[in-house]
Design a binder for this molecule. Structure first.
Ligand code: CDP
Ligand code: CDP
Length: 218
């Protein structure tokens, strides 16, 4: 068939993609793919192997053979639990850097498609609806204002929503979004066939419900 049991959720940093995608997947009995984790793992692995994030051939070779295992909620790299390490904003920046390299994106393409089985899949990232699963049954562009997204990130790591540290989080988020939007290969974009879901004033439950409502209509 030319459509697949796939829900693609793309959008900027801290818009709630992971949280919403995991809940939608659980509600439907689908698998969940956090594609950003693969870019984060690639950046961390390169750092550990002393390969520069700008070394396209070197990083792509690592991405091709990522020794990663998803074990329940934990992410293991070379047997080491790196679940917390990959969530730092420094590794987020590294992920955004290696994600600009076409060689790296190509190396991670099939690995992402392999997550789809007869069960169905909810996948989140930047290019799920455009490149990885262009035949997805439902595409969502999940967003929120930069300030609200920075507040969510701050709360997540236990920081106040004002002050120098907060300003830094906001600036980092805006810089990474800008890089993801402007890059030549697989940029972050709102596709014409994607539903726009702005969660600036929307809670997690309402957002999940909205996605499920759309899915049940298609
Ligand atoms: O995956 P992504 O970076 O897009 O975002 P996330 O990690 O799922 O969400 C970032 C934080 O925002 C989490 O702590 C969520 O619980 C929170 N969130 C929220 O408060 N309200 C929403 N509507 C969506 C997410
Ligand atoms: O959690 P957050 O939304 O901040 O980031 P993420 O989804 O874990 O992605 C980290 C970085 O990986 C992004 O800033 C993108 O540069 C890159 N990425 C990508 O290029 N394509 C994807 N499908 C997923 C992530």
């Amino acid at each position: 068939s030319d459509t697949q049991k796939v829900i693609a959720i793309d959008g900027p940093s801290a818009s709630g993609k992971g949280t919403v995608a995991a809940r939608v997947a659980a509600a439907l009995g689908f698998d969940y793919l956090d594609s950003g984790a693969l870019y984060r793992l690639t950046a961390l692995y390169a750092q550990k192997q002393h390969v520069e994030w700008t070394d396209a051939a070197g990083v792509a070779a690592l991405a091709e053979n990522l020794p990663v295992r998803f074990d329940g909620g934990a992410v293991l790299l070379d047997g080491e639990d790196v679940s917390a390490d990959i969530r730092s904003e420094a590794i987020g920046m590294g992920a955004s850097a290696v994600a600009q390299l076409p060689e790296v994106r190509a190396a991670l393409l099939q690995r992402q498609r392999d997550f789809l089985t007869d069960k169905g899949l909810v996948a989140d990232g930047r290019d799920i609806g455009s490149v990885i699963f262009p035949q997805a049954q439902l595409k969502i562009f999940l967003t929120a204002s930069a300030r609200v997204r920075a507040e969510r990130r701050a709360k997540q790591i236990g920081l106040p929503c004002e002050g120098v540290a907060f300003d830094r989080i906001l600036a980092d988020i805006e810089a990474r979004d800008e890089a993801d939007r402007r890059r030549a290969v697989a940029p972050l974009q709102q596709l014409p066939d994607a539903e726009l879901l702005d969660t600036t004033d929307l809670g997690i439950e309402e957002t999940v419900k909205k996605v499920l409502d759309w899915y049940h209509k298609v």
